[in-house]
Design a protein around this ligand. Structure first.
Ligand code: THG
Length: 287
């Protein structure tokens, strides 16, 4: 069964065989000092701007993260979610390591949210999973636990099995678990991209689980990062990735997703491709 989340315009479904869900990652202060300072001072216009520009670039969902120095996440995350929701009119992926902030944000979200994230650590399982159940949300499950990110495919799958088992004990359906196989920098761990792809392939094809991943980490430490990120993104989609956490404004990134979906039979009748590029297609006919 596909995973369902919802927003002001109704439900969105994603999963095996369906087009890749594009989760816009730009509402996040990581590495952006000015963004952090602005939201800490209560100026949410930057959230509105990022919501609109990511939607126009092709985002289906907006990730909202306000974790930065000097920010009271419990107070700010709900405001940021409301701002992004109003401006973007898209479902929200509520992103925080602070459980109280997640609760406060979910309390103001009147649809089915995606929560980012739970992991295999006991304190994460026992604090996040009850919230997932209570709010009827879906959740991204990271393949990391007390011992870190396993280097092997088997180690990462064991964490997923543990999370799914615990989730089911809370009455959370498997369809509401979205696994994240975690990407590391290929420049420092040359074989890690292959481990991530292999894990993704097994969880997708054999376990039938939905998946989400931030792909840009793969290119960390390299020049021309976007080239490597886009190549990896195409491979992830072939391996079964169902939701990509990306910057949709990166030149050529959304095209990579549309072409990979088309080539893997995930875009029936190339409908999404033809709709997204209709203006360009019409222009090229008229030359
Ligand atoms: N999995 C899950 N959630 C995630 C990630 C993941 N959330 C966070 C991250 N990875 C995805 N989001 C971002 C947000 C910002 C950046 C990268 C990934 C980023 N920021 C630039 C920097 O740090 O240099 C600044 C960009 C700018 O200034 O324009 O790269 O993997 N579940």
């Amino acid at each position: 069964m596909p995973t369902t989340i919802s927003g002001p315009n109704g439900e969105i479904k994603f999963g095996t065989g369906l087009p890749t869900l594009i989760i816009g990652e730009r509402i996040n202060p990581t590495g952006r000092k000015k963004f952090g300072q602005q939201i800490a001072s209560g100026d949410l216009s930057v959230i509105k701007d990022e919501a609109i520009s990511q939607k126009n670039a092709g985002a289906d969902v907006l990730d909202v993260n306000v974790g930065a120095a000097g920010v009271n996440e419990v107070a700010l995350l709900p405001l940021a979610v409301k701002e992004a929701l109003t401006a973007g009119d898209l479902p929200i992926c509520v992103d925080s390591a602070n459980v109280e902030a997640l609760k406060a944000a979910l309390a103001v979200y009147p649809y089915k949210a995606l929560i980012n994230s739970v992991n295999g650590e006991e304190r994460s399982l026992s604090s996040v999973l009850p919230i997932v159940k209570h709010y009827g949300a879906a959740v991204i499950a990271l393949t990391i636990d007390e011992s870190g990110i396993p280097e092997t495919v088997e180690g990462r799958i064991r964490i997923v099995e543990r999370i799914v088992e615990r989730a089911e004990s809370y009455g959370i359906s498997k369809d509401d678990i979205v696994v994240d196989c975690l990407t590391m920098a290929a420049s420092s761990k040359p074989k890690s991209a292959l481990v991530t792809l292999e894990t993704l392939r097994i969880l997708s094809k054999e376990f039938g689980l939905a998946s989400a991943m931030g792909v840009s980490n793969v290119s960390f430490g390299m020049p021309q990062r976007d080239i490597i990120t886009k190549g990896f993104l195409g491979m992830c989609i072939e391996a079964g990735l169902t939701a990509a956490i990306v910057n949709p404004e990166t030149e050529g990134l959304v095209s990579t997703i549309y072409s990979a979906d088309f080539l893997t039979g995930r875009d029936d009748y190339a409908r999404k491709f033809l709709t997204h590029y209709r203006t360009k297609i019409a222009a090229s006919r008229n030359v």
